[in-house]
Design a protein. Structure first.
Length: 127
């Protein structure tokens, strides 16, 4: 068994695809449009779904914003250099919400960015 994907509801599918592919460097793996059911999907990830977990971005027709609630925490991504990854996000118009630095009480370097819908993404530096 393995984790296949995490689904995020997004307010603008094209904007989210652009963020995850152009800012975070993921690949657009596949899309599905279901007009009768009034939703569209885009799957993005660093590798194919056969090799790793991916994100399913779900756009429900006519819904441009969601209350993210208090239950969801964040998605975590690994980088060789978190400060460099943050600089790339900023250069491409993304939002860094916590600059690169050691986690409180530890030495692991982390940072946080926000996607266009406000979902938090933690960057963790590979040791």
């Amino acid at each position: 068994m393995r984790i296949l994907h995490t689904m995020l509801r997004v307010g603008n599918l094209e904007r989210s695809i652009k963020f995850y592919t152009e800012v975070l460097g993921m690949k657009l793996l596949r899309t599905t449009d279901r007009p009768e059911q009034k939703y569209s999907l885009a799957f993005v990830g660093y590798e194919g779904e056969d090799k790793s977990a991916v994100l399913e971005l779900t756009y429900n027709y006519g819904v441009d914003k969601y209350d993210l609630g208090a239950g969801f925490g964040h998605i975590a991504l690994e980088f060789a250099d978190v400060a460099k990854a943050c600089a790339t996000v900023k250069a491409k118009g993304g939002t860094v919400t916590r600059e690169a630095g050691p986690v409180k009480g530890g030495t692991t370097v982390i940072a946080f960015v926000a996607d266009p819908d406000g979902y938090k993404i933690e960057f963790i530096e590979r040791k």
